[in-house]
Design a protein around this ligand. Structure first.
Ligand code: GLU
Length: 290
């Protein structure tokens, strides 16, 4: 099998330490397996795209020596592919229009949507999909097997939003298939979303990639580092020290002599030493920044 990995940042701000860990892990897993590593810009939601952040993300990857293969993919340019996938799903009779608010159904998988029995009359409706009453098991290469009952634990979910934007769930499976991604290594904030993505892949006749979910990096308050929590942008002048911290977080402990070495040297070492079995299943301590 041809190994193809990817890093898929949302350009809603600069990269933080949590995103660096995801980028480094997916890069190393690809390179250690003689694979290619692609970058996809997930600018699906134009209002969330922060001007300048795509350039900032790419500059950051470059500074850390994380050079990608081939052309960048931009989700903002993929509308016709998403539409085609949606049409395919519509033919499977699982899609229905819904006017409920996200707050009404997103927190409760067992929410009984009134729109199922009485279709809404207004035009601005979301399109939701009803998964079957099945268990889906994902054999995660880092965390191990997880099983989710789609109907009971996920429930119906949105494939196209009221504002006509396609949902992340649909876009990510369409794009992973288009880019022939064989391995998805990403943060475990997306762990719970993987079984529904695997099911969508089967509905659309796509191949299912291998998944590995990385431990979440938290701040001193135990919150996931994220743009919402105002995680600090990576300080590019500290790239070698930050890379060595990221490797440590991934269980790949470099010899002392390498810890301040240029990023290219650290990466070259890490590619030869990469062992996904050493990645901790769970992050123990909050991160202390250099
Ligand atoms: N775009 C998502 C993020 O920046 C990642 C999606 C994925 O890896 O599937 O968190």
């Amino acid at each position: 099998m041809n190994y193809v990995g990817r890093f898929a940042p949302t350009p809603s701000g600069a990269l933080h330490f949590g995103s660096l860990v995801a980028a480094v892990a997916s890069y190393l897993d690809a390179r250690a397996n003689n694979g290619s590593w692609l970058v996809r810009i997930e600018d699906l939601d134009p209002p969330r795209t922060v001007p300048g952040s795509v350039d900032a993300i790419l500059c950051c990857l470059d500074t850390f020596g994380l050079h990608w293969d081939g052309q960048l993919m931009f989700q903002s340019q993929r509308q016709s592919a998403y539409l085609e996938a949606l049409e395919k799903l519509k033919k499977q009779d699982r899609i229905y229009p819904c006017s409920c608010s996200r707050a009404q159904f997103q927190t409760n998988p067992l929410y009984l949507c009134p729109c199922l029995n009485s279709p809404p009359s207004q035009k601005d409706v979301a399109l939701k999909i009803t998964p079957p009453r099945i268990n889906v098991t994902i054999d995660d290469t880092i965390i191990g097997p997880q099983t989710q009952h789609l109907a009971d634990e996920v429930g119906d979910f949105v494939v196209q939003r009221k504002d006509q934007l396609f949902s992340y769930q649909l876009a990510v499976v369409v794009d992973d298939a288009e880019q022939k991604i064989s391995h998805v290594i990403r943060g475990s904030d997306l762990y719970q979303q993987t079984p529904r993505q695997a099911w969508l892949q089967s509905c659309l006749g796509y191949h299912q990639p291998v998944y590995g979910h990385l431990p979440i990096i938290t701040n001193n308050q135990g919150q996931k580092l994220s743009k919402q929590n105002l995680a600090a942008a990576l300080d590019l002048s500290q790239a070698p020290a930050l890379l060595s911290q990221a490797l440590e977080r991934l269980g790949q402990i470099a010899p002392c002599s390498l810890r301040q070495a240029p990023v290219t040297e650290q990466l070259a070492w890490a590619i030869t030493q990469w062992d996904i079995a050493k990645v901790p299943k769970r992050m123990q301590d909050p991160i202390a920044f250099v």
